[in-house]
Design a protein around this ligand. Structure first.
Ligand code: GLU
Length: 429
């Protein structure tokens, strides 16, 4: 068995294309079939190298490896020779305008396709106009090149979006004219945007690279794409590619459109972030940190990173948000959230903060436990409640009112930064 994914490099790889690729890939790996990647770059004006590179890069990032790679732009001779064969057999004719275009005569009959997802689809070929096979510039049309290649490459199963259903009757006629065996079709339902319309740029990001940039993990995104039109059953939502290969069956794909649900993707991503090996997570996070904080406090060392990311991991939804949350560790001066500053740092705290400064600077071991002990002593000496001091301290150190455990945060921040930030509050009075 052989399947293919056939993107046109006239745009970026988007969510729908990646999902089609994934279903082909799963089918191939589940059935020990070959997975062919075919670049449909017959439109030389609209095809761009930048899109091609991006498509290949996105597929690699998603982990969807291919076994064979073809470019239609290198196969024009093949399409012309098949068109010529149809001319010679009288099944096609040259355009009357002398432009050199080759056109297929449409037979008059009813035919049917047995789609693996939609079942039988009947159609009447007499309703279809004669089909251009080779255009005046001698390049092939999509339908013709697609059929010639699928036949030449021995593709047995065509898994693609159901926006192509309308092409399928035209393609079956071409298969028959050329005397090729018609493959199995499986048209997977569209993906709708959250507004119920076709998923579009307007309704949110669609390019895979954009999701990568936003800090979605490849494994989480692949898992999410899988659920757009298929389910492993038993309400299971988190499933690895390896596991999905064992369970995947194209016939169990949904017949109705799937709706893109960003919150679900975010939820899945947070689950994957939590279960990712910390060393890998630190490596994945590094580019996001560098992009934001390079040239400031460049402490992107793996061990340090792991110690701080542990503190925030439970709250992280994307790597970008994760990197934003780690800001206090990578900037010289913390930026105060305006409301937090107003609420917790507007009263005079110089006495309280001076005492904290004294207690903290006396610590030789700057551990969370020791810091907590010192903090509690200070609170007792001042005769105030923990709450009265802990919120202002958090804002002074991180700029925010919420975050991980205070004392763990202080330990991770280190003595020097902690004292500098306390000092800043004392001085600013
Ligand atoms: N190049 C076509 C597309 O991008 C492929 C369609 C097909 O799979 O036949 O939609």
């Amino acid at each position: 068995m052989r399947v293919r994914f056939a993107p046109s490099p006239t745009g970026y790889l988007h969510i729908g294309g990646a999902r089609t690729c994934l279903f082909n890939w799963l089918y191939a790996r589940a059935n020990q079939a070959a997975f062919v990647l075919r670049i449909e770059d017959t439109d030389q004006e609209r095809s761009k190298k930048e899109y091609l590179d991006e498509i290949l890069e996105s597929l690699k990032w998603l982990g969807l490896n291919w076994d064979e790679l073809y470019f239609q732009s290198q196969r024009f001779e093949i399409y012309r020779s098949y068109a010529k064969k149809l001319l010679d057999e009288g099944k096609a004719y040259l355009a009357e305008d002398g432009s050199g275009a080759i056109i297929l005569k449409m037979p008059q009959k009813t035919a049917r396709i047995d789609d693996l997802i939609h079942g039988a689809i009947q159609f009447d070929t007499s309703l279809i106009k004669d089909q251009v096979l080779i255009k005046t510039d001698q390049s092939p049309t999509y339908n013709f090149a697609c059929v010639v290649d699928d036949a030449e490459m021995n593709i047995t199963h065509i898994i693609r979006g159901d926006d192509h259903i309308s092409n399928t009757p035209k393609q079956t006629v071409i298969y028959e004219a050329l005397g090729f065996k018609i493959p199995q079709f499986a048209h997977i339902p569209m993906i709708l945007g959250e507004d119920g319309g076709r998923m579009s740029k307007r309704a949110g990001a669609t390019a895979i690279t954009e999701y990568r940039r936003m800090g979605f993990l490849a494994d989480a995104l692949v898992n999410y794409l899988m659920l757009l039109g298929w389910s492993p059953g038993n309400n299971q939502e988190i499933i690895s590619l390896a596991d999905a290969v064992k369970k995947f069956d194209i016939r169990s794909a949904n017949k109705t459109a799937a709706t893109f649900d960003r919150n679900k993707l975010l939820w899945l991503n947070s689950q994957y972030i939590r279960s990712t090996d910390l060393n890998k997570l630190a490596a994945d996070l590094k580019p996001f940190l560098k992009e934001r904080y390079a040239g400031q406090e460049d402490n992107f060392d793996g061990k340090f990173l792991i110690s701080i990311l542990k503190l925030f991991i439970e709250r992280a939804t994307t790597l970008a948000e994760f990197a934003d949350a780690l800001k206090p560790f990578f900037v010289k001066e913390v930026e105060f959230d305006a409301q937090a500053k107003e609420k917790f740092l507007s009263q005079d705290l110089s006495k309280e903060f001076s005492l904290l400064e004294k207690k903290f600077s006396g610590l030789s071991l700057f551990s969370a436990a020791k810091v907590e002990e010192a903090f509690r002593q200070a609170v007792a000496e001042l005769g105030i409640t923990t709450k009265q001091l802990i919120h202002p301290l958090r804002v002074a150190l991180s700029g925010k009112t919420v975050g991980p455990g205070m004392f763990e945060l202080i330990e991770a921040l280190g003595k020097q930064k902690t004292l500098e930030r306390i000092e800043r509050v004392v001085k600013n009075r």
